[in-house]
Design a protein. Sequence first.
Length: 149
Amino acid sequence: MKVILLADVKKVGKKGQVVDVSNGYASNFLIPNKLAVMQTEKSMEILENQKEHERIKKEKEHELALEIAEKLKDITLEFSLKAGQNGKLFGSISLKQITEKLQQEYGIDIDKRKFIDKGPIQMLGISKLQLELDKGVTGTVTVHVKEEE
């Protein structure tokens, strides 16, 4: 029996795949557990529509990532912290603080897990942090840390 998988099934196939399984396996396990539906013209049409919607969604996300990367080129975030005599900071600037400041000042919402350069900034001066916004799309955030007076 040919079925369309609605979820990934171990040793059978991935979501959206059309696979040929035994009648008993399909009618007693896959279909009752909503892991698959029987392959019909209507179900194939629905599958094609879902794939098209997913493609359009990914395309929009990619375009949005390109826009954000372009905006980030012109942004410099300013932070000020107390520093010791030799320029060593008392504290650090975390990725969470950077993402919060981007959200508050520029309305750009970025997940802190997208940063390639992990770890806080612990020195005075200008730092450039890389982040991966989408597959193949990277942006750079410029952070300027100055001494608090």
